[in-house]
Design a protein around this ligand. Structure first.
Ligand code: SAH
Ligand code: SF4
Ligand code: F3S
Length: 467
């Protein structure tokens, strides 16, 4: 039996891709291990979104070289592979700088992993082209999804399911359109099939993934209307018996359709949580970012969602210190945050990325100013998150139990609003949804008391939950 170690950086789409790589490798006799020192094959599934993410890849590669040298000396030279978004963006450079790397491939070519491995083996056995590994970063004609094996074993009761990839929006700060390629939606039938398989293997909650998940427009199953929107897909997924919870991320304000808003009103299995990044509260900056929506558009969209689902929790992404951002523009972001009252949000200091229009714009913001703005923004978001969590104290919420907690006798799960909840509960309850009274709350988690010991939330197929 051979062993593989995969490290995922960046977003959930990379987590999904890494799991699919394990599925591809299983028929070749590979099993996953938790330490790179124990692996015959080491894959770094990288992220390129900000400079820090990319730097981390290069520093981890340095450590891998040491491991490879040591193990080669003892006759077990591991195969080193760099996958993901940094591989896509800087593949040639990685090959040049790190000659000990055997394979480099991007997010859309990993389905060729078995062939690439065979090629590495062939090169090693013939000592051909020493130092030059296998590079596979041309965007292929075919969609990788059509060439992946069936899922093997999902880990746990919640799972990611990628339904859409790539991006055609070209926000001026962002590398994703270059690293993931053009927008693509998987056919609905293949999504439904994968979801059924996940549920058959014990999954209770599926999070649908896409860089712009609400741009989804997959081919409808045979004999039905031409394409399905995300809203339509969610309605059909909700019909799967045994699937209790549906989530989706990340959405873009430009792709919000009424059909999606309506499913938040109609489908009880769809959790009341919306991650809809706005990036900035200033129209001037949104324009400079090429976001193609205004602050007013965004607020109006949130209001429509809220009307359909009054308890919807909002989340967003923000960038502080974008080129040209004045103190007034930044204040507008703080004002927007104050107006919306987020349950949770991610915020980043602007990071200039090679090849993006924003990286060569005038008026780059000095680091100290950007850092100070990010701190102020994060302070406000923390206050909001804590107050959202504290608002749960005394309430009874259904929690899907996912895994044992840090202390024995404790389980960790999630509320409908994606909050982490812990309570005393037996491990036999993992995978069940139980009503929990929230008794304490902090920035990052809720403490609960189980009200029942054996009960799974039942949600009527077309509509409201009864818990
Ligand atoms: N498709 C999603 C976001 C994907 S990238 C959307 O359009 O909202 C995830 C987040 O990383 C972005 O929302 C943005 O906030 C942040 N990000 C992307 N590029 C960045 C950069 N160059 N510097 C800082 N943050 C960035
Ligand atoms: Fe990047 Fe913008 Fe596409 Fe999101 S919509 S992935 S931020 S280019
Ligand atoms: Fe990073 Fe690529 Fe995801 S750049 S955030 S791993 S799409």
């Amino acid at each position: 039996m051979k062993t593989v170690y995969i490290k995922s950086y960046g977003c959930q789409m990379n987590v999904y891709d890494s799991e699919r790589m394990v599925d591809l490798l299983a028929p070749l006799g590979y099993r996953a291990v938790l330490e790179p020192t124990e692996a015959d094959l080491v894959i770094l599934n990288t992220c390129h979104i900000r400079e820090k993410a990319t730097e981390k890849v290069y520093s981890d590669l340095g450590r891998l070289k040491e491991i490879k040298d040591l193990r080669t000396a003892s006759g077990h030279s591991p195969v080193i592979a760099v996958a993901g978004c940094t591989a896509q963006a800087e593949g040639e450079e990685i090959m040049r700088r790190a000659t000990y790397v055997d394979m480099v491939f991007g997010p859309q070519t990993y389905h060729h992993l078995p062939q690439m491995l065979a090629e590495v083996e062939r090169k090693r056995s013939t000592r051909e082209g020493s130092g030059r590994g296998v590079l596979n970063i041309d965007f292929p004609e075919e969609a990788k999804f059509d060439h992946l094996p069936e899922l093997s074993n999902p880990q746990g009761v919640t799972a990611f399911l990628t339904i859409q990839e790539g991006c055609d929006k070209f926000c001026h700060f962002c590398v994703v359109p270059y690293t993931r390629g053009a927008e693509y939606s998987r056919p609905a039938a293949s999504v439904l099939q994968e979801a059924r398989l996940l549920v058959a293997k014990g999954v209770r909650e599926i999070t649908l993934l896409g860089q712009n998940v609400n741009a989804y427009h997959g081919d409808a199953p045979k004999g039905k209307a031409a394409t399905w929107s995300l809203g339509r897909l969610i309605r059909e997924l909700a019909e799967i018996d045994g699937l209790e919870r549906i989530r989706y991320m990340t959405s873009h304000p430009r792709d919000v359709h009424q059909e999606l808003i309506d499913v938040h009103r109609d489908v009880g299995k769809l959790m009341p949580y919306l991650h809809l990044p706005v990036q900035s509260g200033s129209d001037k900056i949104l324009k400079a970012m090429n976001r193609k929506h205004t602050v007013a558009d965004y607020i109006e969209i949130l209001a429509r969602f809220r009307e359909a689902c009054p308890d919807l929790a909002f989340s967003s992404d923000f960038i502080a210190g974008y080129p040209g951002e004045s103190e007034e523009d930044f204040q507008a972001t703080l004002n927007l945050v104050s107006q919306v009252q987020y349950a949770q949000a991610y915020s980043f200091r602007y990071s200039p990325r090679p090849g993006t229009p924003a990286s060569v714009m005038d008026q780059q913001i000095p680091e100290d100013i950007a850092v100070e703005r990010l701190e102020r923004l994060q302070q406000l978001l923390k206050v909001q998150q804590t107050s959202f969590n504290q608002g749960m104290i005394g309430r009874i919420v259904p929690v899907l139990w996912e895994k044992p907690g840090r202390h024995s006798g404790q389980l960790i799960g999630r509320s409908p609003y994606l909050q982490s909840v812990h309570a005393e509960a037996d491990t036999s309850l993992i995978g069940s949804i139980l009503d929990v009274r929230i008794v304490d709350a902090s920035l990052n988690s809720l403490t609960g008391q189980c009200l029942q010991t054996h009960y799974t939330q039942r949600i009527s197929k077309s509509g409201q939950g009864d818990a």
